[in-house]
Write a protein that binds this ligand. Structure first.
Ligand code: ZN
Length: 282
């Protein structure tokens, strides 16, 4: 083993022991909740509990591993297996094969995962350790942020969003892509995912495609339902500087900060003067 490999292993062990500590202190019921996720696998073949599969994947992501195959390949060391067992408080001999992890995640119930996410966010908020980051000493700052997930030259599924380039010209082409909108709780230098919503079409030939704003409405509705009393200040970029978004924030009794580039600021200030806060980005 060379020095680089040794350093990598050391870093991994540090991540694992941090995760173990955090889970013990803040999320004592996490392992139990992960095991309660609906398991659609044929039960006679089941070798690993849901908690082992989900935590293995999570640790892979924390170590910057992107694919499932790499996850099992890179985490397959005695140290790591012992550490995963430690995190979950069980004896573990092997970690699951990437096919097993893949199959489980393909079938996993998103609504059940959302409940676990809510449990974790609530535990963190109640621990009061984020109170010092509250905006004006009161509001939790939530940033709305979109990320492109996948891009294709050909249609990949019926939910793909489609963008036509050079429309009507000889060199016209389309790209197909998937996009996710995330609501992130900002605490100091850290962000914690509070909710996410896919921007995707219901079907191949929809008249109007889904968009970030529509996804924001769906997500806002859910956040209000899940966190009805949380004092929130929504932060978004210029895309959200439109009346329906601001109206929804007001209905939900959320404050909002919309960041604009300087040149667009004057016109929008005029327009939004009566409806709320608009801040400039220098
Ligand atoms: Zn697709």
């Amino acid at each position: 083993m060379n020095r680089r490999e040794k350093r990598k292993i050391k870093k991994e062990i540090e991540i694992f022991s941090d995760v173990a500590k955090i889970i013990k202190q803040y999320f004592p019921d996490l392992s139990k909740k992960l095991n309660e996720l609906t398991d659609t696998r044929h039960q006679s073949y089941v070798e690993y509990q849901m908690s082992v599969i989900t935590i293995t994947r999570l640790l892979g992501l924390l170590c910057g591993i992107k694919s499932m195959r790499e996850t099992t390949e890179k985490l397959d060391t005695e140290e790591t297996i012992k550490n995963i067992g430690n995190i979950l408080g069980i004896e573990l001999e092997e970690i699951p094969h990437y096919d097993t992890i893949n199959n489980v995640f393909e079938q996993i119930n998103i609504e059940e995962l959302r409940k676990i996410q809510k449990y974790m966010v609530n535990r963190l908020i109640r621990s009061k350790m984020f109170d010092k980051y509250r905006f004006k000493g009161r509001y939790f700052q939530i940033v709305i942020d979109g990320t492109s997930m996948m891009k294709f030259k050909k249609r990949h599924c019926k939910h793909c969003l489609k963008r036509v380039h050079n429309e009507g010209k000889e060199n016209e082409y389309s790209i197909y892509y998937h996009y996710v909108l995330e609501a992130k709780l900002v605490v100091g230098d850290m962000v914690i995912s509070l909710d996410s919503e896919f921007v995707e079409n219901e079907d191949e030939d929809v008249e109007k495609q889904d968009c970030e704003i529509k996804a924001f409405y769906r997500m806002a509705k859910r956040i209000k339902k899940e966190y009805p009393k949380l004092p929130i200040v929504i932060t978004g970029d210029a895309l959200y500087a439109c009346e329906p978004v601001i109206k929804r924030c007001k209905e939900n009794k959320w404050e909002y900060i919309i960041r604009l580039k300087k040149d667009r600021l004057k016109a929008l200030r005029r327009r939004n003067r009566r409806i709320g806060t608009v801040r400039g980005k220098k």
